[in-house]
Design a protein. Sequence first.
Length: 308
Amino acid sequence: MSLKCGFDLLPVRRDDAPQSFDRTGGDHREDLVLADCRRLMSDSCTARAAYRGGVFVDGAYVSSGAVGSVQRSRWPWSVPAVAQLLDDGPLRFTAPVTFLVGDNGSGKSTLVEAIAEGFGLDSYGGKAGRKYSPHAESTRTPLGEVLRLDLAPAGSRMVQGPRLQKKGFFLRAETAFQLTERLGGRAGYWDEDTTAMSHGEGFLTMFRTMMAEPGFYVMDEPESALSFAASLQLVALMHELGGSGAQVVCATHSPILASTPGADIVEVGEWGFRRSSWSELELVDNWRRYLDTPQAYLRHLIGEQAQT
């Protein structure tokens, strides 16, 4: 069985389908989760057929005055992806949904955090036009201080317009749980009591509520709290967003999220950043190799105990 909207999305065999997380106290089979995904993907197909643009940010670059003044040997300028911004110019966005895929320490989170700041989103996380940091004064990151965005007309109007008209949200895994604890039930957020939910359920509630209309949405490793089934639901939600006129920029090391149909993929690593197809990602290759023969990896870590 596959979910389709002009693309194939992660085929799932019904006889292998695992139990999904329990949302209401009963035993929900994986096919209920997949049915929800199919509904979202079907709705997204209709929205995508009417898509006429709506991308808010065309690219990100370092201001010319900062290129020659930063200390290249110090973080974050020593990170290859950041150094490439300095040397080669803008990181361009060519699709409604863009994934920055890379390992820990590759610089993907550094990039998306600065991109969020460039659009006026608090680096702590939260929606446009508001500050959420518990500190009295939140400061920009070093890259955020000098990163500039090449705004599309819609993005320029939104950034320069009234605060209440700004539509955007920055979700970072490090602080998202605190947001679900603090904001549930408040006007302008979500009605559900996310303090009574699992982290994954709270994340999905936040996604559905705060990213329900065209805007600029930045995410940093949202998969951290999500199960396999919940990750599939987020794929459907991102695809739906991309078809509705919104723009998503997401840092991830999840091969599931990176498989979102129609998304542009930028692979981040020791080479800097480069565009890639999903099947050619180093991340996908590593997961395929491991799932095929886990013992080939585990025997180097735990020796004979890896034999099954």
